[in-house]
Design a protein around this ligand. Sequence first.
Ligand code: ZN
Length: 153
Amino acid sequence: MSSNVESLYQEIILDHYKHPRGSGALAGASGESHQVNPTCGDEVTVGVDLDESGHVHVGYEGQGCSISQASASVMSELVEGATLADMAKAERAFVELMHSKGNAEPDEEVLGDGVAFVGVAKYPARIKCALLPWMALQDARLKAGIEIDKAEG
Ligand code: ZN
């Protein structure tokens, strides 16, 4: 990755941190999960709901480092209003990206600004920060009884 791309990605992450998209608790969430990353002090609560037309709605609140909070913002951008299938795709792609050790060529069509986190995957201590909101989403989704396996077919 060129240093230009790397600094562009850092700017994207910082922008999401400073201007979080879609932040705030989701009223009437059917599942909610509070996750903590004790090694960094990050916290995030994600609420999720599925509407009658099969679209996902999320809300989140949190505090902590720029990586964790920017990741929550990106998650909201990718998942809010998405179909179950698209949510599953984004979730899987982001988790894969975080396990790529920074060698992935992330698909911007699936991950949007999430591609900016590719460099984060080089730092094991920060991977937990980036994954925290996605873990909260998964847990909230399970509590709400929303199974993405149903979206595969
Ligand atoms: Zn953190």
